[in-house]
Ligand binder design. Structure first.
Ligand SMILES: Nc1ncnc2c1ncn2[C@@H]1O[C@H](COP(=O)(O)OP(=O)(O)OP(=O)(O)O)[C@@H](O)[C@H]1O
Ligand SMILES: [Mg+2]
Length: 372
């Protein structure tokens, strides 16, 4: 990793006065090296009005590049060896991965004490803004959007775990790190804590990073990190998407309760409608809520060996949505048939047979898709 850090900085040291964006000289990388001048112009010199948000490592600013493209620029706070490492990890990892559900890195600037990372701008902000923040009351996240965000985030993670080479563990999956594009498609962001996992290595032991409420117990207690730590965090996020509850709540008296402790008794009682966000006013598919919560409970199993892989999670979440579509198709089919027979007294057995045939075909396909 350290080797990558040096390589990364060698290629980014440059003259602050350079007016144009230069393409990375190392052709292996798809990102661009920006000049400070370009990014100052784009963000109105990091004006407060351009500030979108602030995290532990710095502030994020909206801007428009010289090419007229909207960008988000993360400006790292104080320079330290730790911040330098996070900057290098983020640029190195995001520069390597390309997936529809991972935030796109446009480029960066590194010079003097300034470390700037340039991303695609996400006009619909992060999940946290919609679940707990200033857009929560607008309820822009209806049930189909929530499902598509859950599936998209799961796909982004499955890509990191199973397709990226070497495999990548994100280690900071949480609502503020899932951004939403103009179509409310999920983009997983913030790779500053990520770890590259060499082939054949099942887990690593590291210092604990990440965010309270999302940390898998074996990671929080012993620093044992593997893909299943991300699966755990995803499970927490999934319950959060469905319920709009925070991962940790403070109860009267100061006792803290995590979201799994809150949801588990409701799951046991089968009260899935009490888990769903009341702001949706009952407009959700209860079978999908149930399916998703059950997946989340498996993801948050205390024993990492019992948790599913992210690719299984993607299949199961998609399965729930597909099943719903099939039921709708069958329902439409029956209703159309009913219309056809409305005016005659023909034998309705035909209708029933058609319904049964469609239903078993759908079931066969569903069963097949589970096996594939
Ligand atoms: N590409 C982007 N497009 C739009 N908004 C963004 C973008 N990147 C970040 N943001 C916004 O800026 C806020 C701050 O992001 P940042 O990653 O710095 O901190 P965080 O995720 O809230 O916390 P932490 O430092 O613990 O990761 C986010 O909540 C998000 O709303
Ligand atoms: Mg973040």
């Amino acid at each position: 990793m350290r080797k990558m850090v040096f390589r990364c900085f060698c290629c980014c040291a440059q003259d602050d006065e350079e007016p144009n964006i230069r393409e990375s000289k190392t052709k292996n990388y798809p990102w661009e090296i920006y000049s400070l001048k370009e990014l100052l112009n784009a963000t109105n010199s990091f004006h407060d009005d351009n500030k979108i948000g602030e995290g532990g490592f710095g502030s994020v600013y909206w801007g428009r590049s010289s090419k007229g493209i909207e960008i988000a620029v993360k400006r790292l706070k104080a320079m330290s060896a730790k911040a330098e490492m996070e900057f290098a990890v983020e640029v190195e990892i995001l520069g390597r991965v390309r997936h529809k559900n991972l935030l796109g890195l446009r480029g960066f600037y590194a010079g003097g004490d300034e470390r700037l990372i340039v991303y695609d701008y996400m006009p619909n902000h992060s999940l946290i803004t919609h679940l707990h923040g200033r857009l929560a009351d607008d309820v822009l996240l209806d049930w189909p959007r929530r499902m598509s965000i859950a599936i998209g985030s799961a796909e982004g993670l499955a890509y990191l775990h199973h397709e990226a080479n070497p495999h990548i563990i994100h280690r900071d999956i949480k609502a503020s790190n899932v951004l939403l594009d103009s179509d409310f498609q999920a983009k997983v962001a913030d790779f500053g804590f990520a770890k590259l996992i060499p082939d054949g290595v099942s887990h690593l032991t590291t210092r604990v990073k990440g965010t309270l409420g999302y940390l898998a117990p074996e990671y929080a207690m012993w620093g044992k990190v593997s893909e299943s730590c991300d699966v755990y965090s995803f499970g927490i996020l999934l319950i959060e998407i469905i319920s709009a509850r925070k991962p940790i709540e403070k109860l009267p008296g100061g006792v803290k309760r995590d979201i799994v402790q809150w949801a588990s008794p409701l799951v046991e009682k089968g009260s899935f409608d009490r888990i769903a966000d009341p702001r949706m006013k009952g407009k959700y598919d209860i079978a999908q809520v149930k399916n998703s919560i059950q997946i989340a409970i498996r993801c948050t199993d205390g024993n990492p060996d019992n948790r599913p892989s992210m690719s299984e999670v993607v299949d199961w979440l998609r399965g729930g949505v597909r099943r719903k579509k099939e039921v709708m198709l069958i329902k439409n089919f029956v209703e159309e048939d009913e219309d056809e027979y409305e005016d005659d007294d023909d034998d309705t057995d035909t209708d029933y047979e058609g319904y049964r045939a469609a239903q078993s075909a759908a079931r066969r396909e569903w069963a097949g898709s589970k096996i594939r």
